[in-house]
Design a protein around this ligand. Structure first.
Ligand code: ZN
Length: 280
């Protein structure tokens, strides 16, 4: 992900969400099926059972899943031409499904290949600014309990690899969530020994709840680039992030901004639809 300049303040954005469409429900059912069975085969049984028992801590939590980039903004690009935005969306959808099945209210910032900026907004910087501000607004306006932004890393040269979690410097809850998610990633993927790191990103700085950026791996590493395109590996990534979120709530038990009646529903922020997004 790319950092935007500091200190941007934008007027509050009113986000309304709508119930998911039939088409999306079908896609979700397929994803759920794949995710469930692929993951079962890959994750240690005892660990699965532990997380399953703890997962009741997710009931009623509002969790924002933010697949990074989208639309004209591909993010980092791999040797094969694969773009970060594709991987983040696939992992994000699987993650959302895991969380929703456990009873969380999941808000996705996007479900298609598009960013959140208004099509009428001109200029890349202005569009990026609007895009990020709206991602943050989805979390803040809905008083989310946890914000998980999924991204893909890149580094000059091919040596670096491994999933890594980032959180806002000094953020107590972000740090706790980051450590649980990093630990689950290490345990499930068995190919990363990174520690969570503090980085000052626009989205983690401006979100009012525990917020993490999960970099799923390095697209600059050929092996990891291939792995991140593998549905089974994507499923493991999503499950690990989910398991980390479960442990964060179960162990740390932060205060919840519960919204009764909305549990288990995945809602998606729809950009490009005038009636959905209203700015004062
Ligand atoms: Zn990114």
């Amino acid at each position: 992900m790319q950092e935007l300049e500091r200190g941007i303040t934008l007027p509050p954005v009113i986000i309304k969400t709508i119930r998911i469409r039939k088409r999306y429900l079908v896609a979700l059912a397929i994803l759920a099926f794949l995710s469930f069975y692929l993951t079962r085969a890959q994750i240690d049984r005892a660990e699965r059972q532990t997380v399953e028992v703890m997962s009741r801590a997710l009931a009623g939590r509002v969790i924002v899943v933010d697949p990074g980039h989208g639309g004209d903004e591909p993010g980092v690009v791999g040797e094969s031409g694969v773009e970060e935005k594709e991987i983040t969306l696939m992992v994000g959808k699987l993650l959302a499904e895991n969380l929703a099945r456990a009873g969380a209210m999941v808000l996705m910032t996007r479900e298609t290949d598009s960013d959140l900026s208004d099509p009428a907004t001109a200029g890349l910087t202005a569009k990026k600014r609007e895009d990020l501000a709206r991602r943050v607004a989805v979390a803040n306006d809905n008083m989310a309990d946890l914000y998980i932004s999924v991204h893909v890393n890149s580094f000059p040269g091919a040596n670096r690899s491994g999933a890594r979690v980032y959180y806002q410097p000094g953020a107590i809850e972000g740090g706790k969530a980051g450590r649980h998610i990093q630990s689950a990633l290490s345990q499930v993927l068995k190919n990363t020994s990174h520690q969570p790191a503090e980085v000052d990103y626009y989205i983690t700085r401006n979100t009012a709840m525990a917020a993490v950026v999960v970099e799923a791996g390095y697209i600059s590493n050929e092996t990891e680039e291939k792995l991140m395109l593998d549905p089974v590996y994507q499923s493991k990534l999503a499950w690990a992030i989910y398991a980390g979120a479960v442990k964060y709530f179960a162990v740390e038990n932060p205060p919840t901004q519960k919204q009764p009646g909305n549990e288990g529903v995945i809602q998606t922020f729809k950009e490009h639809e005038g009636e959905i997004l209203q700015e004062p």
